[in-house]
Design a protein around this ligand. Sequence first.
Ligand code: BV8
Ligand code: ZN
Length: 260
Amino acid sequence: MTGSSSGFDRAVAALGSARRVMALSGAGISRESGVPTFREAGEGLWEKVPMEEVATPEALRRNPLRVWEFYEMRRENMKSVDPNPGHYALAQMDDLFDELTVVTQNIDGLHQRAGSRDVIEVHGSLWRVRCVDDCGHEVDPFPHPAPEIPPPCRCGSTLRPAVVLFGENLPIVEFERARRAALECDVGMSLGTSSVVWPAAGIPLVAKEGGAFVIEVNPEETELTAHFDVSLRGPTGDILPRLLEAVRKHRAAGKGRSQE
Ligand code: BV8
Ligand code: ZN
């Protein structure tokens, strides 16, 4: 369930009068689809595989096969995975606002499959590969399973997962667009992220600096909980559909901004 009902009601009132919304999502929103998170006690990906071994540029240079096996395993696991009610509710919120920008740290593509129209992947995509030597060649979507790993690039080099590894810069165009959406939004949401990986974790704080009302949805407290106007304690698969319903009712009752 959420935090105090006043927290939920304040979130509904803020969303009810919002025109532009920015939502940062993390692995938590995909957890109810069966995608393991990174740091969940007992199931987190990094408990099973040290991230230094598979998610850094050094690892990719040192042992590309090991990194490819890790991302092929994640693609394989996605075969039986579908968006969950949290993804769908967020996608249906597209019709409630002039702008709803989903800034996702996730690489699974579930927001797009659920129908969200404006998704910025600040950590890349599991379904895209690019040239290790930046010759410009990209394949999106890359066939799964890969015919051979690491796959050859047409320039003679090899291809790598087009995801942002630890110690790598975020794609500058996407990150700038995410920051601008955060600065300009009326409400910023943080959905299912532990807020420990920067600079993505700081995007809701950019929204707050820009004067937005900021809402966190997470079953647990995070490192940034104290910075949010409201922190709703619960799974996104439960809270987002309830927020969607409540904002629709709020609007139908003539509260919040008029629908022109
Ligand atoms: C960068 C893509 C500039 C790949 C990911 C030393 C050297 C270099 C860099 C650093 C350094 N020290 C610190 C840094 C910065 C580093 C960083 O922040 N490290 C952390 C660990 C301290 N950041 C970087 O390296 C970034 N780049 O800084 O570039 C630079 C360049 C060179 C040198 C210096 C600086 C790049 C980071 C991107 C890494 N790539 N993913 C892949 O996915 O395989 S990170 C990955 O983990 C995610 O993308 C996400 O961003 C991050 C955090 O994960 P979450 O999504 O939050 O998931 P998590 O498991 O942590 O939490 C799940 C949450 O869900 C929990 O809160 C849980 O309560 C909640 N939950 C559970 N169930 C539900 C739920 N919520 C809702 N509903 C539920 N049902
Ligand atoms: Zn190439």
